[in-house]
Design a protein around this ligand. Structure first.
Ligand SMILES: Cc1cc2nc3c(=O)[nH]c(=O)nc-3n(C[C@H](O)[C@H](O)[C@H](O)COP(=O)(O)OP(=O)(O)OC[C@H]3O[C@@H](n4cnc5c(N)ncnc54)[C@H](O)[C@@H]3O)c2cc1C
Length: 466
């Protein structure tokens, strides 16, 4: 993945704006660049674009949208940014967080109203750390639906997406101005396309075990549930061009990936008052801290597995979530009228599970804080039918990456912008601070869509300047 001298580039054609990656970030960037008046070419390594976007539950958090207003939800970018900063323990870039929160509402409105992406508000429970209902998701809460909706929007604008095009090398001037991109086709042939601005929308390095071991050893050996083609190319090109990297130890994990199915079991089951036990039927952590940090806790348990315990009342709001329905159809959700029956269905020790449930209900009733720091008060007691699902912990995507400004321009260590390089989504530094604990639900698609739109807008402007 080298960056080669621009003088060596031999290209037959030039497109003003080239975008690498056709996930949520790349497609949003391409739509915005076209809106800004630029011709755009999207290079996507897969024959059929999917990205981590398709693997996600497709939830985009945004504050102050017209949809929220219609439903009477009083939310503001300031409230949103407070939630982002609280989750990241104030250890992220405050100005970037505010700029992104401010742009989130208009970006979701733009996707819905200009590009006909159908989103509805997720109601029934708050995602951990969010003070307001602000998750905007496709009707079936599915990233596949989101990706399909963005591809349809791109098709309506007749955007060129070259699939089966693995971007391998960049050609750049000594000052970091990118002049061309060389990409490989599945038959091994190579083509080079010139550009005036380049958007890196090829996500982070979750698919690169060597980079994970270097930057995030604690999660390097866990399952990676994201797109395997995200191998850190943006970070490596950016570094070679003189870009600053930040928060490389940051990531989104998930502590409830249905095992062995691989589907996300929404955290609403936990935040509504459910809990997790290990093979001994015992709790082992404060599950309410957040699903990202819970990944490591689950991976530390025997067999790297745990069971999420909930009930029919907590299940109700998540019925209709594609991931949940799939696991249910495959028999992964077990249910029983008694806790002993549930223990038998899950293969857990009945006495221990009954003891754990009794402890949880006593804590819930008393309002006390448990030994892990969790407070159950405010959620209703579990009642028959009891439900459970076996889960593991996984890495979803990395949150560290190229430092960018609110216009998605990639920055050098001294804060100056590289001449014509933009980045967003998982390619850019996120808003989650330096580690696993700072990821607020939805931070991934938030920066994919908001920075994607900003990158496309900036790229069109830079390309017009020549
Ligand atoms: C299971 C799961 C659930 C999630 N749920 C949510 C959620 O509900 N809400 C949320 O906010 N976030 C969620 N996330 C995170 C979210 O999916 C990502 O943050 C987001 O999709 C990133 O978008 P992106 O466009 O940056 O990357 P991607 O969607 O991964 O797109 C990157 C694209 O770049 C392509 N590519 C990579 N390298 C090259 C190359 N060299 N040349 C050409 N193409 C290349 C890849 O093939 C890929 O298609 C989830 C992630 C996972 C794994």
């Amino acid at each position: 993945m080298p960056v080669l001298p621009a003088a060596e580039a031999r290209f037959d054609y030039e497109v003003p704006v080239v975008v690498v990656g056709a996930g949520a970030c790349g497609l949003t960037a391409a739509l915005a660049a076209r809106e800004g008046g630029a011709e755009v070419l999207v290079l996507e390594r897969d024959e059929k674009p999917t990205g981590s976007t398709s693997l996600s539950t497709g939830m985009i958090p945004a504050a102050g949208t017209r949809l929220q207003a219609r439903l009477g939800i009083d939310d503001t970018p300031e409230a949103f940014v407070a939630d982002i900063l609280a989750k990241a323990k104030q250890k992220t870039d405050r100005d970037m967080a505010l700029a992104i929160a401010r742009a989130s509402g208009p970006t979701v409105d733009w996707l819905m109203e200009v590009h006909d992406v159908v989103l509805t508000l997720v109601e029934g429970f708050l995602y951990p750390g969010h003070g307001k209902l602000r998750m905007h998701a496709t009707p079936h809460r599915s990233g596949r639906e989101l990706e399909a909706a963005l591809l349809a929007a791109a098709a309506r604008r007749e955007l060129d997406i070259v699939s089966g095009a693995l971007a391998e090398d960049l050609y750049a001037d000594a000052d970091g101005r990118v002049r061309a991109v060389r990409f490989a086709r599945p038959d091994g042939t190579r083509e080079t396309v010139g550009c005036r601005a380049l958007v890196l929308a090829c996500n982070g390095f979750g698919g690169n075990r060597e980079m994970l071991r270097r930057h995030i050893p604690e999660i390097a050996e866990a399952d990676y549930a994201g797109h395997v083609g995200n191998t850190g190319d943006a970070v490596r090109w950016g570094e070679a061009l003189g870009a600053a990297l930040a928060d490389m130890g940051s990531y989104q994990g998930h502590g409830a990936v249905a095992h062995p199915y691989g589907n996300t079991m929404t955290w609403g089951l936990i935040s509504g008052g459910g809990f997790q036990v290990n093979v001994a039927g015992e709790r082992f952590s404060n599950e309410a801290s957040g699903y990202s940090e819970q990944a490591v806790e689950v991976v530390r348990q025997p067999g790297r597995v745990a069971w999420t315990i909930f009930d029919a009342a907590r299940e109700k709001p998540v019925l209709g979530f594609t991931d949940y329905e799939e696991v249910m159809a495959l028999g992964g959700i077990r249910r029983a009228g008694t806790i002993a029956g549930l223990a038998a269905a899950l293969g857990l020790p009945a006495d221990a599970l009954a003891r754990t449930l009794a402890e949880v209900e006593a804590l819930r009733a008393s309002g006390a804080t448990d030994r892990f720091g969790r407070v159950f008060a405010g959620t209703p007691a579990l009642a028959p039918d009891y439900c459970g699902v076996k889960v593991t912990g996984a890495l979803y995507h990395t949150q560290g990456g190229l430092r960018v400004d609110p216009g998605a321009r990639v920055l050098r260590e001294d804060g100056s912008a590289l001449p014509n390089l933009l980045a967003g989504g998982g390619a850019a530094r996120g808003l989650s601070g330096p580690s696993r604990w700072g990821y607020l639900s939805g931070n991934g698609l938030l920066t994919a869509t908001v920075l994607g739109r900003a990158a496309g807008t900036s790229a069109a402007r830079l390309a017009a300047q020549g």
